[in-house]
Ligand binder design. Structure first.
Ligand code: SF4
Length: 587
């Protein structure tokens, strides 16, 4: 199935600004934070804000002490005065485009003009605008409303910013017929207008259209109405879980658009789910194949094999004879940490709903195998000696405690950091170091080899590969991570700078291996493994060009680099025998 994503889908600037102001307020203020009414019209985002301690105040409710954020839709000036009189701090997240409409109404109302607002009387933005009309405001949404207006001498007409163009034009024609003196201001926001125009365009390209967004979001509802008006089958969903994949898999081309308050992670999840809709055709063999691969990937078996593969490769880089025990320490450690961390990581349910659904379905099995794997990794570490045991114990401790409040209270209060995950860029760094220790250090401390330059290169080979891979996953998950307050590298540096860092990191990775092999610090395997750096550049480029969006395919490709390293090392391996024959191309 071809999935066409509307170029206008995603947060508009007003919603993005409101959300950023609230997230900044959460980080900067230890006090209780309230929003005056729901900040935006998206239940999934509001639920996350609630989990982060934000309380929604309803108009008329007693205003408690604390910090109050005014919603993106704005509020009437009378209610704002009440907030100010209550003495708390106020952050005004009113969208600048809504504020512009408020300013127009205020200016003309001061001259004695009446205001006609084309919109929905119950919408919070319209309620807010009415507050500026000096009691000379009228909301018109139907022809009947225009006919019922009293006689007016001087008047202006404005639109609710998310009103549909044709609805506005129709009302303006009727108003002009009755009040030729009316001054008309088309205040429909261009973010709304361009979204609506694109729906018309998409309805000509696709067989069906999916609109993603809150059911109480006015602008999302408008997109649904416009799409339905074109006659195309239209599906309004809040999340990908509401998609009827069996029905949708009948179409060859499906377009996706979204309301202005729909976060990119929800849109991305819908797009990805649709892209895999072919697998849901009842009775198709692709269905079984897809599910088998998804199990392999989402159960973390694939990434755990990758960890074992890196352990094997870094043994060879240090000229240590590979052992199955080294392989399995890395395998079980990574399997356990990935599983157990997922259950304590709130962001993953935003960023990877396919995995979350999978974990929900197999929760008990995964928890049991996760704990068992951690014990097996520790047991194997103990079997290998005191150092491997200490490495596994310390890395498991850090891995398991990552999402919990473990920083001492005094230090946490002065730094504002309560959990390891709140240290900027910590996840990328910790993951890279943990993998480096497990895969590169354990083989050498268990052998009769000294720690040498080759150990340093092997460590950076593993840590570098994991750093690039984790960095890319964090870029893809940036919105969800930001909402739940994770301090990833991508959040600390921003998407573009992180991406540039990853590109240079991949180049440095390849150069390090080539240089170390040329200088004789590591064996000739280093030349071959520099291909892994080229591979990383390749998937970064594919992602950057939009040729690989967040999906099972991209995940398979990225994690596949570890398997590639293992295969290249296997071909090179001088210790390797297959069916009794020495099997080594380069060694
Ligand atoms: S749709 Fe337009 S007016 Fe409404 S919040 Fe977004 S940018 Fe502001």
């Amino acid at each position: 199935m071809k999935v066409v994503l509307a170029s206008t889908a995603g947060f508009c600037i007003g919603v993005r600004r409101a959300l950023e102001l609230v997230l900044k307020a959460i980080n900067d203020n230890p006090t209780k934070i309230y929003t005056y009414g729901p900040l935006i019209h998206n239940p999934q985002v509001l639920e996350l804000l609630r989990e982060r301690g934000i309380t929604i105040l309803q108009p008329g409710e007693e205003i408690p002490a604390g910090l109050v954020v005014i919603r993106a839709h704005g509020i009437p000036p009378q209610e704002r005065r009440l907030l100010e009189q209550a003495g708390g701090r106020i952050i005004d997240a009113t969208c600048p485009r809504v504020a512009k409409v408020q300013a127009i109404i205020r200016r003309w109302a001061a001259k004695g003009c009446a205001t006609l607002i084309v919109g929905d009387a119950d919408h919070p933005e319209v309620r807010g605008l009415m507050g500026y009309t000096e009691a000379r405001g009228y909301v018109v949404s139907t022809s009947r409303d225009v006919a019922d207006l009293p006689d007016l001498n001087s008047l202006i007409v404005v639109a609710q910013t998310t009103q549909s163009e044709c609805q506005f034009e129709a009302r303006v024609r009727e108003i002009a017929a009755r009040f030729p003196q009316a001054q008309v201001f088309n205040t429909i926001c261009d973010a709304t207008a361009s979204r609506q125009a694109e729906v018309q365009e998409l309805s000509r390209q696709a067989e069906a259209l999916v609109v993603v967004g809150g059911r109480n979001s006015g602008n999302t509802q408008r997109l649904v109405e416009i799409s339905q008006g074109t006659g195309i089958p239209t599906y309004h969903v809040e999340t990908e879980q509401e998609l009827d994949l069996v029905e949708i898999s009948r179409y060859q081309t499906v377009a996706v658009t979204a309301g202005a308050s729909t976060p990119n992670w929800l849109i991305g999840n819908v797009v990805n789910t649709l892209k895999h809709a072919w697998a849901f055709r009842p009775g198709s063999w692709t269905n079984y194949l897809y599910r088998a691969w998804r199990f392999f990937l989402k159960s973390n078996i694939y990434v755990a094999i990758g960890a074992g593969s890196l352990s094997y490769t870094s043994s060879l880089l240090q000229q240590v004879e590979p052992q199955f025990t080294y392989f399995f320490v890395a395998f079980f450690y990574v399997y356990a940490m990935h599983l157990l961390n997922h259950f304590t990581d709130k962001a993953s349910k935003l960023n990877d709903p396919v995995q979350t659904m999978f974990y929900g379905r197999h929760r008990r099995f995964l928890l049991v195998t996760g704990f068992l794997s951690a014990l097996i990794a520790l047991g194997l570490g103990a079997y290998l000696g005191p150092w491997p045991f200490i490495f596994v114990l310390v890395m498991s401790g850090i891995g398991l405690m990552y999402n919990f409040k473990i920083i001492p209270e005094r230090l946490a209060r002065s730094t504002g950091i309560y959990r390891l995950k709140e240290i900027p860029g910590s996840k990328t760094m910790f993951t890279a170091v943990a993998w480096g220790v497990l895969a590169a250090l354990i083989p050498v401390v268990c052998s009769d080899q000294e720690i040498s330059g080759a150990t340093v290169i092997a460590f950076f080979f593993v840590a570098g590969m994991i750093f690039i891979r984790s960095g890319l996953f964090e870029i893809m998950a940036i919105e969800g991570d930001r909402v739940v307050g994770k301090e990833t590298l991508a959040i600390a540096l921003g998407k573009d700078r992180t991406f540039t860092l990853l590109v240079f990191g991949s180049l440095a990775f390849a150069a390090m291996l080539l240089g170390a092999a040329w200088a004789g610090v590591i064996p000739s395997l280093g030349y071959t493994l520099s291909l892994c750096g080229v591979y990383m550049l390749g998937y970064l480029l594919l992602y950057h060009r939009g040729l690989m969006e967040s999906s099972l395919m991209l995940e398979s490709l990225v994690e596949g680099n570890m398997i590639l390293a293992g295969v290249l090392a296997f071909i090179w391996d001088p210790y390797n025998t297959v069916f009794g024959f020495q099997f080594s191309v380069f060694g």
